[in-house]
Design a protein around this ligand. Structure first.
Ligand code: SF4
Length: 358
């Protein structure tokens, strides 16, 4: 019988599956078949693997498990957005979101349980650091939601904008991108960072390189440090310099996310500074009016619509490609900055160890 510590086939590479099969069936194509069932067809059990001999499946079942996180809660919003709480066997709970869009679904996945970066406008940041998720665990969020929602075989975009800073968990995220790339083109996968400069070079070196989004949120160093403590470690200038040399495939652009906070970063001076900062970077800007969390983000609010329009107008006049993202999922706390992994806010979130500069 497999035990709780039996290896999980979800997230395993072909070579790891071959090692698990061992003498049961050492032919390489067998490992490839199992891998394809899990990574491409998102099979949830060995029984579903119809081209494998029954005896092999029985033997493999004694050595390994197929284990995705369990969806322990689903909250559905008015616009079809669904927020999922997913529990791993060790009790860790994270959240992920599915948003129906025109012609596809966007899945927002978590890379860490919690986040050490501590952006002051983000509920996940207030929770503090949690643990890194492995590539298989991240991929498990995708598998669980795709199966639960009947999305297998449909067009999906994946964004790493859930809980956690993806570039502080590069091994997990890299592996997850590899696994996701079996069914989702890297052009449809976006990794969003708060600005972990050394991680950018590592991301740029990936063979299957996803798209890049950067959570900017400020137009001066002082303002950015106030909102995102990480800016004290890697400055705005350092970040923008690194982005100027980030290799982009033809036609690709970096997306800058800009959470708009009334009276903090929404002035016309900010709007005028932004195009100057972004000069030389093929990019677009997403303006995201703050998603309020009544209990914990007191003191911050979203700007008035006229302020947002005026801000966007200045960017557009400066030939910056700009959109305003009225976040989906506010009614179920599934929007940007609202994911907390089912952890009641104010509970014993671990203290945030400061990310180290490497
Ligand atoms: S916005 Fe992203 S990087 Fe910042 S605290 Fe929240 S999850 Fe972490």
């Amino acid at each position: 019988m497999p035990t709780q510590t039996s290896p999980n086939l979800v997230g395993a590479s072909r070579a790891e599956i071959a090692a698990l099969l061992g003498e049961l069936d050492p032919r390489p194509y067998r490992a490839a078949q199992v891998y394809q069932w899990l990574a491409r067809r998102l099979a949830g059990s060995l029984e579903e693997m119809t081209n494998l001999p029954k005896s092999l499946k029985e033997s493999l079942a004694r050595r390994a498990v197929i284990c995705d996180p369990e969806i322990v809660e689903v909250r559905r919003g008015e616009e079809g957005t669904a927020k999922f709480a997913l529990a791993y066997p060790d009790g860790t709970v994270v959240e992920a979101v599915a948003m129906p869009m025109e012609g596809h679904t966007t899945l927002c996945l978590s890379s860490q349980a919690g986040c050490a970066v501590g952006c002051v406008f983000c509920v996940t940041g207030i929770l503090g650091a949690g643990r890194n998720l492995s590539g298989g665990e991240i991929f498990g969020q995708y598998r669980a939601i795709m199966r639960r929602e009947g999305l297998v075989g449909t067009s999906v975009n994946v964004v790493f904008m859930g809980m956690g800073e993806p570039l502080l968990n590069l091994p997990g995220v890299t592996r997850a991108v590899e696994l996701l790339s079996e069914t989702v083109s890297p052009r449809r996968i976006t990794v969003s960072t708060s600005g972990i400069v050394p991680g950018l070079a590592k991301l740029a070196a990936l063979e299957r390189r996803p798209k890049l989004a950067v959570s900017l949120n400020a137009t001066t160093q002082e303002q950015r440090e106030r909102l995102m403590p990480i800016a004290a470690r890697w400055t705005l200038d350092e970040l923008l310099d690194a982005l100027r040399s980030f290799p982009l495939e033809r036609g690709r652009r970096i997306t800058f996310e800009y959470v708009m906070l009334a009276g903090i970063n929404d002035s016309l001076d900010d709007a005028r500074r932004l195009p100057r900062l972004l000069r030389g970077i093929p990019c677009k800007v997403n303006l995201i009016p703050l998603n309020p969390d009544e209990r914990y983000l007191a003191g911050f609010s979203a700007p008035a619509e006229e302020t947002i329009s005026a801000f966007a107008g200045v960017l557009a006049a400066a030939h910056v490609n700009v959109t305003v993202r009225w976040s989906k999922g506010r009614d179920v706390a599934a929007a940007c900055g609202q994911l907390r992994g089912g952890i009641p806010l104010g509970a014993s979130a671990a203290p945030s160890p400061a990310p180290t500069r490497s």
